[in-house]
Design a binder for this molecule. Structure first.
Ligand code: PMP
Length: 351
C-alpha cells in the first residue's frame, strides 16, 4: 500500500437500485411513484425564470420550509429541509449520534443506516426483527446512543403502532429517536402527534414517494426547534446551499396541492390491496405492507432466479442477497396496468 493510501477514509458505499437506461421497462425496483407530480408542479416549472439561477438560493429555503410547516400545522422552526431524506438522515446521523454508546436499529432495515454509521464512525448494534419481520420494541429499552428505524420498515413494509413508538420514546428520553417515515403516507399513522410530548423525537419524510418527486431530491425533518437548530448548525458547517432554487419552487408547489396528494396515495393503496389479493392466490406470502411496496416470498420459486427472470422480461424488482431475506423480493406498487403485467408474468410462470 502506498503511504498516502493509508490516510484515505475507507467506506463500503450504499448501492442504490438500478436505473435501467432503456425505456419501456416496468420499473418496480426503487419505490418511485408511478404517477407524475402534481399539475401545480408542472405549472411552477413552466413559470420558472432564469434569474433565480444566477443567484445563490435562499440558504434557509424559507418558502419551502414555510409551506411544509403549513401543511403539518407546525412552526417553521420545526422544519429542516435537505436534498432528499438521504441527505437529511445523513445530517441527522452526524448531528445526533455523537455518543460512545451504540445506536440501535433493526437488523433488516434501510441499508443506508450502517453505511452512515460506518462513514461517521458511529458505533451501532442491530436489533433482530422477529420471525414475522416485526420490530420488537423491548429490544430498544436498553442503554444506547440513539435510536432510528423506518416506519413502515423497509424493505418489509411492516408498520409499528403509535403505541409501540411511544413506548420506545418513553424508554429513550435521554437520546434522540428518529422515525424515518419515507413510506408513512401509504396507510400508516405518523408519529407527528407525539412531537408535542417528546422533544427528543425527530420525524423524517420525503417528497420521493408519496409526492412523486424522487428526481427533484427533497426531504425534510420535523421536530422540536432545538433539534432543528442543531441540525441547521451542522448543515451550515457543511454546505449552506443544499436546496437549489428549482427544488425550492417546485417543492413548494407540490406540498400546496393536498388534493392531488390524497388522490395519488389513495390510488396506490387501492392497487396495493388488489395486488396483495392476487399475489396470495398465486401462493406468495408476505406481511400486511403499509408501504408502496410488497416484500414477498414463494415456497417453490427461488427469489434470485425469479428476480433474473423478471428482469429478462423487462420487469425490474429489488432483490437483496442478505441473510434472512435472500428468498424475498421487494416489489414496488406501480400503476394497475404495470401490476397486471407483473401478475400475468407470474401466473404464466407458475401455471
Ligand atoms: N428512508 C427509507 C426507508 C428509504 O427506503 C429511502 C429510499 N431509498 C429513503 C429514506 C431515502 O429517500 P430519498 O432520499 O429519496 O428521500
Amino acid at each position: 500500500m502506498r503511504e498516502w493510501e493509508k490516510n484515505i477514509r475507507k467506506v463500503t458505499p450504499y448501492v442504490p437500485g438500478e436505473q435501467p437506461k432503456q425505456k419501456n421497462v416496468i420499473k418496480l425496483n426503487t419505490n418511485e411513484n408511478p404517477y407524475p407530480p402534481s399539475p401545480k408542479v408542472t405549472a411552477a416549472l413552466q413559470a420558472l425564470e432564469t434569474d433565480p439561477l444566477r443567484k445563490y438560493p435562499d440558504p434557509a429555503a424559507q418558502q419551502l420550509t414555510d409551506a411544509i410547516a403549513d401543511f403539518y400545522g407546525l412552526k417553521p422552526e420545526q422544519v429542516f429541509v435537505g436534498v432528499g431524506s438521504d441527505d437529511v438522515l445523513a445530517m441527522c446521523f452526524l448531528t445526533f449520534f455523537n455518543s460512545q454508546k451504540p445506536i440501535l436499529f433493526p437488523d433488516i432495515t434501510y441499508s443506508f443506516y450502517d453505511v452512515w454509521a460506518d462513514l461517521f464512525r458511529i458505533p451501532y448494534e442491530c436489533q433482530p426483527l422477529n420471525d414475522r419481520f416485526e420490530i420488537v420494541k423491548e429490544d430498544y429499552y436498553r442503554e444506547n446512543g440513539g435510536v432510528i428505524f423506518p416506519n413502515p420498515n423497509a424493505p418489509t413494509g411492516e408498520l409499528l403502532s403509535l403505541e409501540a413508538i411511544e413506548d420506545i420514546l418513553k424508554h429513550n428520553q435521554d437520546v434522540v429517536v428518529i422515525v424515518d417515515e419515507a413510506y408513512i403516507d401509504f396507510g400508516g399513522g405518523s408519529a407527528l402527534p407525539l412531537l408535542e410530548r417528546y422533544e427528543n423525537l425527530l420525524v423524517v419524510q420525503t417528497f420521493s414517494k408519496s409526492r412523486s418527486m424522487a428526481g427533484m431530491r427533497i426531504g425534510y425533518a420535523l421536530g422540536s426547534a432545538d433539534l432543528i437548530r442543531a441540525l441547521s448548525d451542522v448543515k451550515y458547517s457543511f454546505n449552506s446551499y443544499t436546496m437549489n432554487a428549482t427544488a425550492i419552487a417546485l417543492g413548494t408547489a407540490a406540498i400546496q396541492d393536498r388534493a392531488y396528494f390524497e388522490e395519488t396515495r389513495a390510488k396506490i393503496i387501492a392497487t396495493r390491496e388488489r395486488t396483495k389479493q392476487r399475489m396470495r392466490e398465486l401462493g406468495f406470502t408476505f406481511g400486511d405492507s403499509k408501504a408502496n411496496f410488497l416484500f414477498v416470498t414463494h415456497p417453490s420459486l427461488d427469489a434470485e432466479k425469479l428476480f433474473q427472470a423478471l428482469k429478462e422480461a423487462g420487469i425490474y424488482v429489488r432483490y437483496f442477497k442478505k441473510p434472512r431475506i435472500d428468498q424475498y423480493l421487494r416489489i414496488t406498487i406501480g400503476t394497475d396496468a404495470e401490476m397486471d403485467a407483473l401478475l400475468a408474468f407470474l401466473e404464466h410462470l407458475i401455471s
